[in-house]
Design a protein around this ligand. Structure first.
Ligand SMILES: NC(=O)c1ccc[n+]([C@@H]2O[C@H](COP(=O)([O-])OP(=O)(O)OC[C@H]3O[C@@H](n4cnc5c(N)ncnc54)[C@H](OP(=O)(O)O)[C@@H]3O)[C@@H](O)[C@H]2O)c1
Length: 340
């Protein structure tokens, strides 16, 4: 008799003598499975429910929404849609001419919305620049802050090959600017007993991202900070939320074609504004929201299936491959340029 046959015979004898062992194992299995089913169902129900209405943060009551990185991509759509929802908008971004363009577009589309533009390079902003920003913000009744500005890598790169400037810029823009702008805005929100602070995070923090280590770490900082700050501000009327974003078409993502899983900034922002306070794919995670229906199941899968090591090595292979293709493309373009 083979070892397997012996084991099978013993198991059959055991369960025959003690049917409760089979039952116990079945119960453990069913319990384990049902946590997964319940968690998935919780995500679906969550995605179907409406979020906190924007009027709670001062829509149509003269309140302002402050948007950083407001001239392109996700930030531009936050500015437009919040103006459409009844906020005045304060646009803080790097390029003055682009700020004027978006301000003009808002005024043409939503004449009732006031706009104010403030040019600031968050990579190089000094204490005086933040003082000037504080002076511009201080008279405003700010209901919403969108910490959107962010910088990533041009292409996946090994840490030792990143320039010191890129490392400094990513930390300055993604981490320090968020901390400093929030500090300027939060006391007024607490005093008025209402406010919403949304910071745009990334799936690059959900699974640590090799070859994007600094970007990934900066977004992990935002995730942890948002949860801690959200808890500190409970009971003050100020709601804090980190948006866990997967891919969205934009200059930063270098993705032009949208799909069910990769929305345009307009679709993404619409989904965010309709789901404030809703966890969506971030099931049970306080102050974190993955509200877009094409992103939520991806987060659920990452959170529930396979191990951290598996996802880490999956991400490493993915980014090594993206880097290889980016280098090949660069070399091809250089060759073509030379031959012309
Ligand atoms: N797109 C995605 O797939 C994706 C996924 C996850 C998370 N995110 C996050 O979403 C946020 C927005 O990304 P996006 O894709 O919308 O980016 P984007 O299209 O490249 O837009 C970036 C915006 O930030 C401004 N900006 C860039 N550097 C700045 C600086 N040093 N100082 C001031 N403003 C600056 C840009 O202004 P200029 O026009 O002057 O450059 C522009 O308005 C980022 O935090 C990003 O990490 C994006």
């Amino acid at each position: 008799m083979s070892d397997f046959a012996v084991l099978k015979a013993r198991a059959a004898a055991l369960t025959g003598e003690c049917p409760w062992t089979t039952l116990a194992l079945a119960l453990v299995g069913a319990g384990w499975l049902s946590t997964y089913v319940l968690s998935f169902a919780r995500m679906l129900v969550d995605l179907a429910r409406p979020g906190i209405p924007l009027k709670k943060f001062g829509a149509k009551k003269g309140a302002w929404a402050v948007v950083t990185g407001a001239t392109a991509g996700i930030g531009r759509d936050f500015a437009l849609q919040l103006a459409g929802a009844g906020f005045n908008v304060f646009l803080a971004s790097r390029t003055a001419s682009k700020l004027q363009e978006i301000s003009d577009e808002i005024t043409a589309k939503y004449p009732q919305a006031k706009t104010q533009v403030h040019s600031i390079d968050f990579a190089a902003a000094t204490a005086d620049d933040y003082k000037a920003l504080g002076v511009a913000l201080s008279p405003l009744d700010i209901g919403i802050l969108i910490n959107n500005v962010g910088k990533s890598y041009d292409e996946p790169t090994f840490y030792q090959d990143l320039s010191d400037q890129d490392i400094a810029d990513i930390v300055e823009i993604n981490v320090n600017a968020t901390l400093k702008v929030t500090k300027l805005v939060v006391p007024g929100m607490i005093a008025r007993k209402r406010g919403l602070i949304l910071s745009v995070g990334s799936f690059a923090a959900l699974i640590p991202s090799p070859l994007l280590a600094v970007y990934s770490g900066s977004k992990a900082f935002l995730s942890s900070w948002s949860q801690a700050l959200g808890s500190e501000l409970e009971g003050t009327g100020v709601h804090v939320e980190l948006l866990n974003a997967y891919f969205i078409t934009s200059k930063l993502s270098k993705i032009r074609k949208s799909s069910w899983m990769i929305p345009t900034p307009a679709t993404y922002v619409r989904s965010v504004l309709a789901h404030i306070g809703v966890n969506g794919g971030a099931v049970g995670q306080p102050h974190i929201s993955t509200p877009y229906h094409g992103h939520a199941p991806v987060q659920w899968v990452v959170d529930h299936l396979f191990t951290r090591s598996w996802w880490l090595s999956y991400n490493r292979k993915l980014h090594v491959d993206i880097r290889r293709r980016a280098i090949r493309k660069r070399e091809r373009l250089a060759k073509e340029a030379k031959s012309q």
